[in-house]
Design a protein around this ligand. Sequence first.
Ligand SMILES: [Zn+2]
Ligand SMILES: [Zn+2]
Length: 266
Amino acid sequence: MSNPRRATFYNAIAQGAALATRAAQTARWQARLQARRLLPQSCALCAAPTPDALVCAACAAALPTLRDACPRCALPSTAGVPCGACLAQPPPFDATIAAHAYAFPVDRLLQALKYNGRLALADWAAAALAARVRAGRVPPAALAGSSPPLLVPLPLAPARQRQRGFNQAQEIARELGRLLALPVAPALLRTRTTPPQADLPWAERVRNVRGAFAARDRLDGAHVVLVDDVMTTGATLAAAATAARAAGAARVECWVVARTLPQAQS
Ligand SMILES: [Zn+2]
Ligand SMILES: [Zn+2]
C-alpha cells in the first residue's frame, strides 16, 4: 500500500471507529474528568500532595523498571541483546516496549484500574508508557518509519467488556495516542470467548488464545502497535500479533505498561 493510500486507510479506520463510539467516548471522558475532580489531589501510592499527577514524582521515580531488556520480548537480557528464547524461536511480534516491571506497586495500580474501575489510572499508565517510548535510546522502528504506527488496543471478549464496562487497553491506547499524536483504531476483534489466562497454568495459555483474534480489515503494509496493560507469558499478544500478520501487517510491536518478570512466572 502506498503512503498516501495508507494514510487514507488509517484515517478511514480511525474516523469510522470515532463515529461509532463517539457518544460512548464522550460519556466516558466526562465520567473520567468527573472522577479525577473528585479524587483527592494526592499521590495514589504515598498520599503526598500532587498538583496534577496521580502518582507523585518521587513515587514515579521509584517504580520498578526493566533494565537491559531483550528488544523483542522485553525480558531481562545481558546488555539488551536479543535473548536466547527469541533467537531460538522468534515470536510473531518484532519488538516489545514495557514501561515497568509488573511488581509492587505497579501491580496494585493496574489492578485498581482494571478491577476497581479507577479509569483515571489509565492516564497515568499511558503517560508512563509514552515516557518509556520517548526515552528509548533507539527510536522504535514504528516511529522511525515513513508511515505512522497504528495503535491497536488488545480487545476483550465482548462478554467481559460488558461485565467490566470498559476495556483498560482501549482506555490506555486512547490516551497514548493523544500523547504521542498517533492514530488509534480497534483493528482487531476476539473471534471467540476464552477462559481468563490468569486462571490457567502457563503451559496451557498458548493453546487457550490460539486463533482467538482476527483483524476487522486488511492491514497490508501497516505498522501495528498492540497496546495492553500487562504482558505476562506473551501468549495473548502473540496470538494478536499472528492475526495482525495474517491480515498483512508489515511490522508488529507490543507496547505494554508492565512486563511480568521470570521469577514471578513459577
Ligand atoms: Zn507518592
Ligand atoms: Zn526475548
